[in-house]
Design a protein around this ligand. Structure first.
Ligand code: ZN
Length: 135
């Protein structure tokens, strides 16, 4: 499947997500881990969603994951209005969390369970968009 160039809309950087966005400029996924219960947290936030603890530490994830689910979007909205067709997917990171993202660089249809690797599309000097391609 050929894909159009996907848009890279500006990021809205919440203070709780500064570590994550800083990581994207180095092409690294920075995740949070709860110091109290070891839960790996996605999306970045101030409080652990499992134990409500507030002692969270950042760490660098591997960038590896697998396709959990995907769909082809032919007509998107807003910045993605003319970007279709493109693939919207959930990727399960090797560290556990599942995140919504785009799959890029697949010649054919991805398969559930396919190994994927993080790739980053630069937005500006403070952020890049995380997407995933074949591993
Ligand atoms: Zn916790």
């Amino acid at each position: 499947m050929s894909q159009n160039q996907l848009p890279v809309p500006a990021a809205v950087i919440h203070p709780d997500a500064r570590g994550y966005w800083e990581g994207t400029t180095r092409e690294v996924i920075v995740l949070q881990r709860c110091d109290d219960c070891d839960t790996v947290i996605w999306f970045p936030r101030a409080i652990c969603p499992r134990c409500w603890g507030s002692k969270l530490s950042n760490f660098e994830a591997s960038g590896r994951g697998t396709v959990y689910s995907w769909t082809r979007t032919n007509k998107g909205m807003a910045d993605y209005r003319d970007a279709g067709p493109y693939i919207l997917a959930y990727v399960e990171l090797a560290e556990g969390p599942r995140l919504m993202t785009n799959l890029v660089g697949f010649d054919g249809d991805p398969k559930i369970g396919d190994a994927v690797q993080a790739t980053f599309d630069k937005i500006d000097d403070e952020s890049a968009l995380l997407r995933f391609g074949p591993a």
